[in-house]
Design a protein around this ligand. Structure first.
Ligand code: GLN
Length: 479
């Protein structure tokens, strides 16, 4: 699908001396400088790239090169990376440079990866278009009149534009998979707990996972194999090592059983173009020997309502720390101001509309009188849905849905219609509620609009390597 080198190919060229790291980074920098003015995928670019590239090249010379020495990667602007701002695309954190680094970033740096910059996103990862960023929308490199998806839209656009071979994003309800689908690349959300969330700005802590945006599944597995593992600083992190993550191979899907979740294909929200691309892809899977059946998870239709109670509830609590006292935006003081005025002013001026909407909703569903009616009920619905997935995985190795039921939106098209955007997360959200791993892979281009369609493959908990292996096989064997 892509002419981009895989990380392994890149590393072998650097090792053989065919590719010079200082020259490679010069090239990346000038490409970003000329092309990103229009796309706006990166909010900051690392100003130490020349030094870091030279140091990495030196390590090849003296034989101290580490496993990922010199690979380029970008991170969404809610994942703390040493020395770079961490704005979450919000005015509230505009000048914030964290004095710490996320565990996932630390582990990649320790393996030799170089962070090129921080990617644009929807403010605090709330949104599906990257238009809620306080620093301007990102454009989709496939067609610049369209959004790249969100909330990790900057990460997806940076990869699709060829600025970096891979980028980290975060996925609370689809924010890695949906932008990957909109930009025609691969987006992988790990099993909840596989990657540490420490140093990643929290949105919905029981749903959030860091994920990867790449052009193939092998790179996703390679990055994950370096980032995963128990982290003392995140009590939800796991020490489990998924099969096929470390010595990654494509997995032949001949004879494997796939269940297509009917409710995600056959409903009033799914575009005809998406349905057609999915049908074609399903035929391709059958042609290479996979067993593909339609199956039903009726409960999936409650996913969006459940998520829009749980995620805002957790967000309202997580975002309470942005009060203008400890860090972030400091609005000018006025005489006779009390602490409440200060909180109110900071939060009114610092947060955008979508974030405010979520905070209000979250406080509402958690308030006494409504807690039982909404929050508790949503928690119960979440358990029912997770159980249904377990039952389906007794019958199938993998489940399939479109990643997004709709094609990418035009810039500005849905900005004022949050409900429409919320509904469009119907295929990705249930996966976060159940804590499962999933990957979005390109499933074709719509003939009329020329816009990409993504297919979502969902796996069993901790089957991440097998999931990516199947994804790699499908990318290679079906066109
Ligand atoms: N679009 C969803 C939302 O706005 C998902 C966001 C995410 O995964 N971070 O909540």
């Amino acid at each position: 699908m892509s002419t981009q080198l895989t990380y392994k190919e890149f590393l072998s060229r650097v090792k053989s001396g065919e590719l010079s790291l200082p020259e490679y980074y010069q090239g990346l920098k000038s490409k970003i400088e000329t092309e990103d003015k229009e796309i706006n995928s990166l909010l900051s670019v690392n100003n130490k790239l020349d030094e870091m590239a030279a140091a990495a090249q030196e390590r090849y010379k003296d034989g101290t090169n580490r496993e990922l020495e010199g690979i380029a990667v970008a991170a969404k602007d809610n994942i703390a990376v040493e020395g770079l701002p961490n704005t979450c695309a919000s005015k509230l954190l505009e000048n914030f440079i964290p004095p710490y680094q996320a565990t996932v970033a630390q582990r990649l740096s320790d393996a030799g990866a170089i962070f090129v910059g921080k990617a644009n996103m929807d403010e605090f990862a709330m949104g599906s278009t990257t238009e809620t960023s306080a620093f301007g929308a990102t454009k989709n490199p496939v067609n610049k009149d369209y959004v790249p998806g969100g909330s990790s839209g900057g990460s997806a656009a940076a990869v699709a534009a060829g600025f970096v071979p891979a980028a980290l994003g975060t996925d609370t309800g689809g924010s890695v998979r949906q932008p990957a689908s909109f930009c025609g690349i691969v987006g992988y959300k790990p099993t909840y707990g596989l990657l540490s969330r420490w140093g990643v700005t929290a949105f919905g802590s029981s749903l959030d996972q860091v994920g990867t945006l790449t052009t193939n599944c092998e790179d996703a597995a390679l990055l994950t194999s370096k980032m995963m593992g128990l982290d003392e600083k995140d009590s939800t992190s796991s020490s489990r090592v998924p099969e096929n993550i470390k010595d990654f191979k494509a997995i032949d899907i001949k004879g494997k059983k796939f269940g297509v979740i009917r409710e995600t294909l056959e409903n009033e929200h799914t575009d005809e173009a998406v349905r057609a691309a999915m049908q074609k892809k399903i035929e391709d899977l059958k042609a290479v020997g996979a067993i593909v059946e339609m199956t039903s998870i009726e409960e999936i239709t409650y996913g969006v309502s459940t998520y829009y109670i749980i995620a805002p509830a957790e967000a309202s609590s997580n975002l309470a720390r942005y009060d203008g006292v400890r860090y972030g935006l400091q609005v000018p003081r006025v005489a006779d101001e009390d602490v409440k005025d200060r909180f109110t002013k900071t939060r009114s001026q610092g947060f955008g509309d979508e974030v405010k909407r979520r905070i209000i909703l979250g406080n509402f569903v958690l308030s006494s009188g409504y807690y039982d009616a909404y929050y508790k009920k949503a928690q119960k619905a979440r358990i029912v849905l997770a159980d249904r997935f377990v039952q389906e995985f007794n019958k199938y190795d993998y489940l399939i849905t479109p990643t997004s039921p709709v094609l990418p939106f035009k810039l500005g098209e849905n900005f004022d219609d949050p409900l429409k955007l919320y509904t469009a997360d119907l295929c990705t959200i249930p996966v976060n509620l159940a804590g499962l791993p999933a990957v979005s892979i390109p499933a074709g281009i719509d003939g009329v609009s020329g816009l990409p369609v993504g297919m979502q493959l969902i796996g069993k908990r901790f089957d991440d390597g097998l999931l990516l292996g199947a994804g790699e096989f499908i990318l290679g064997e079906t066109k």
